[in-house]
Design a protein around this ligand. Structure first.
Ligand code: NAD
Length: 482
């Protein structure tokens, strides 16, 4: 059946009237907004139309030093000594204020990052608030988290985050660090600084003691200055495997604690006994959710040979119905690619895939003229050695292969340098248990995909990283057990 229709949905744009974006944002250090020492600014744009949204102060090494000094002072004099239940109250306050301003946060996330408002409204912002609520609850219960042990905070945490889930990644980092008594210098990604600056406003409104959370914007050099600073006791990094390896080398031998949440190339595995229509929805969510800008995206699809033709045909039909366009429109399924650099990278891989002999299918949607856009795409006729199968593209590009037996698909799924996530679709519980044990990945979803909860730990094997974030396990990197 071909689902493609000529229907056009009426526009249903989310209002942006209530959103306040300043022309300029400064650094947030010691509870105040201050310019960088060099008075340097960079612009952040809306990737859906390339319009400038704001100027953002770029932190230099000296600014990072000031932020770390403020964090160290706040750690030694206030935060580490505060009664844990009081710390918890501050974190609850942050969570509640995010909820109160959820619509504003969602619109800004979509404007600055390009993701559909449905996702920022229903996933990013509620999950960010949920993370603060969850860890606020742990603040005065650490003796139950680690029975029979006492915990000591680590000190100043330097936290570096990517652009795909800006506020959510900030929440993953800040909430457990604060709950365990650490202070923070956070560096957001250079293409999505705005919701972190809004979070800074909330932190001020909550009257969090000055210096407990500091936010410095900038690119790789700013991040590197934070990693190298001798008074930073722990590094929490989420980003590419390449930068993760560099950070690992930098902190080697310094005694700093570190966690690395890196890239992925998840296998989504469909057996012939799976509910196929549901599985097709899962594949769509797995790879096209957030334009494929997801570390745990189901970017490799393995379909059992007997149903491969059916699944691929259903998938192509479903791809044709996806609405690509204005991120602020509530009907939009696929928004803008986050930056020109990322769009170029995706196009490069699509080119490589074709040159290596893969057969491409792209949905026939009309892409907007301005801004950064890529049609949902899939490759068939590829094998394990193709680069589109092996390397992380971080865009809406799916590589499909078939398999016959359980052993074969386990071997194929594990033939990757990554190990972040995976998905299994089958009617048989025994297959789910067998595969989730055999596949070397931090999270395996069964008959669903890309589901998150603050109480579930998340993290990778192999080149997908070290350590866990979320859940009880997410407290561990921020404490010394005594
Ligand atoms: P990136 O590594 O280029 O940048 C991530 C952050 O690191 C940014 O804030 C950047 O400014 C900073 N940075 C860059 N160079 C640095 C350096 N030398 N020292 C310190 N900091 C530096 O990654 P990206 O392109 O922003 O994000 C995409 C990547 O993030 C993908 O590989 C994706 O899989 C990964 N990711 C992983 C997870 C996870 O939980 N495992 C979650 C989201 C994204």
């Amino acid at each position: 059946m071909n689902y493609k229709t000529d229907w056009v949905y009426n526009p249903a744009p989310e209002s942006a009237d209530h959103v306040r974006i300043q022309e300029r944002y400064d650094l947030f250090i010691n509870g105040k907004f201050i310019p960088s020492v060099k008075n340097a600014y960079f612009k952040t744009i809306n990737p859906a139309n390339e319009n400038k949204l704001a100027q953002v102060a770029e932190a230099q090494k000296t600014d990072v030093g000031l932020a770390v000094r403020a964090a160290k002072k706040a750690y030694e004099n206030i935060w580490s000594k505060m009664d844990p239940s009081e710390r918890g109250k501050y974190i609850f306050r942050i969570a509640r204020l995010i909820q109160e301003r959820a619509r504003e946060f969602a619109v800004i996330e979509s404007l600055d990052g390009g993701k559909p408002i449905r996702e920022s409204r229903d996933v990013d912002i509620p999950l960010a608030a949920a993370h603060f609520f969850y860890y606020a609850g742990w603040a005065d219960k650490l003796e139950y988290a680690f029975p029979g042990r006492k915990t000591q905070p680590v000190g100043v945490a330097g936290q570096i985050i990517p652009w795909n889930f800006p506020l959510l990644m900030a929440a993953w980092k800040l909430a457990p660090a604060l709950a365990t008594g650490n202070t923070v210098v956070l560096k957001p990604a250079e293409t999505t600084p705005l919701t972190a600056m809004k979070l800074a406003e909330i932190i001020q409104e909550c009257e969090l003691p000055p210096g407990v959370v500091n936010i410095v914007n900038g690119g790789g050099e700013t991040g590197q200055a934070l990693v190298e600073h001798p008074d930073v006791d722990k590094i929490a990094f989420t980003g590419s495997t390449e930068v993760g390896k560099f950070i690992m080398k930098t902190v080697a031998g310094t005694g700093k604690k570190y966690t690395l949440e890196l890239g992925g190339k998840a296998a989504n595995i469909i057996f012939e006994d799976a509910p196929l229509d549901q599985a097709v929805e899962g594949i769509i969510t797995g790879i096209f959710f957030n334009q494929g800008h997801v570390c745990c995206a189901g970017s490799r699809l393995f379909v059992q040979e007997s149903v491969a033709e059916t699944v691929i045909s259903k998938l192509k039909n479903r791809m044709e119905t996806l609405i690509v366009g204005d991120p602020l429109d509530k009907n939009t399924d696929i928004g803008a690619i986050n930056s020109k650099a990322q769009l170029d990278k995706i196009k490069m891989y699509v080119d490589i895939g074709q040159k290596e002999g893969g057969e491409i299918f792209q949905s026939s949607c009309n892409l907007p003229k301005k801004g950064y856009w890529h049609a949902p795409s899939l490759f068939t006729g590829v094998s394990q050695s193709h680069r589109v199968v092996q390397e992380e593209i971080f865009g809406p590009v799916l590589a499909i292969q078939s398999f016959r037996t359980v052993d074969e698909v386990i071997a194929k799924a594990n033939n990757t340098p990554f190990g972040l996530s995976g998905g299994v679709w089958t009617d048989k519980g025994s297959k789910i248990f067998a595969l989730s044990k055999a596949i070397r990945a931090g999270v395996i979803w069964a008959n669903t995909f890309n589901k998150f909860d603050p109480s579930s730990p998340f993290g990778g094997y192999k080149e997908s990283g070290l350590g866990r974030e979320g859940g009880l396990e997410g407290l561990m990197p921020y404490v010394h057990l005594v």
